[in-house]
Design a protein around this ligand. Structure first.
Ligand code: PEP
Ligand code: MN
Length: 243
């Protein structure tokens, strides 16, 4: 079996030092470092990210640690800024995947580039919305695409923050076998205590191609999604046990 692909890093970047130290602590395990700069938050008073200020911080991680980097983009302005800083992979979050207007604009602004685009499933279990988003990106002649299952929001009375519905990503993977399918146990679980089990299920039972995991040196200090971050040691355990 091919070694699984691993993307990890914090939900959001706080400072240059903050993300550099996290990246350094997990650089042995990961293929790509992640950190959100523009954060789509439900409440207007929540931390919305540092924005373009963080782009040179990601660049520094790329140059000094030799790691590929990724961040979330939700509009053409984000795309242009990321292209300017040559960020390797751009991810489309669940809220954006839901919206065909946004996806079309993003696709046009990426046309002709060789960027890798990571497409997370939409918030709700709407397989057609996810497939539509993938097709729009492909029609813009973007060849490098990675798919991520981050679970579906089914209301608050469930075990997980977003329930996995494995047959949906597996069906999508069958349609697009040329693209890697990763699992994001962080946004599925909403709680660090489930990350290991969901990762194991995704890799060993569902044969998915890798994971995207929110990781922090001190999860309790994270400015977003604090409950679901694991630390660098727990990421190492997942890596040594499951990879
Ligand atoms: C994230 O990866 O930080 C994120 C916001 O994910 P999602 O779009 O899956 O909620
Ligand atoms: Mn998050």
């Amino acid at each position: 079996m091919k070694k699984p692909f691993l993307i990890a890093g914090p939900c959001s970047a706080k400072s240059e030092k903050h993300i550099f130290e996290i990246a350094k602590s997990i650089s042995l395990y990961i293929d790509v470092f992640r950190a959100g700069l523009w954060k789509a938050r439900t409440h207007p008073d929540s931390f919305a990210g540092v924005g373009e200020l963080g782009l040179p911080w990601l660049k520094k991680i790329n140059l000094e640690l030799g790691l590929k980097t990724s961040t979330e983009i939700a509009n053409t302005n984000h795309v242009e800024k990321c292209l300017h800083y040559n960020i390797d992979m751009l991810w489309i979050g669940a809220r954006t995947t839901t919206n065909p207007f946004s996806i079309q604009e993003i696709a046009e602004s990426l046309r002709g580039t060789s960027k890798t685009v990571i497409i997370k499933n939409p918030i709700h279990p709407d397989i057609k919305a996810w497939i539509g988003a993938i097709e729009r990106i492909k029609k813009a002649n973007i060849k490098n695409i990675i798919l991520v299952h981050r679970g579906f929001f089914l209301g608050n009375k469930h075990k997980y923050r977003n329930e996995p519905i494995w047959e949906i990503p597996l069906k999508v993977k069958k349609m697009f076998p040329e693209h890697m399918l990763l699992c994001d146990p962080s946004h599925i679980s909403g709680d660090k205590k489930w990350i290991y089990d969901i990762s194991k299920e995704a890799l060993l039972n569902k044969k998915m191609d890798g994971l995207m995991i929110e990781t922090h040196l001190k999860p309790e200090l994270s400015l977003s999604d604090k409950k679901q971050h694991i630390n660098n040691f727990d990421l190492g355990k997942i890596y040594y046990d499951l990879f």
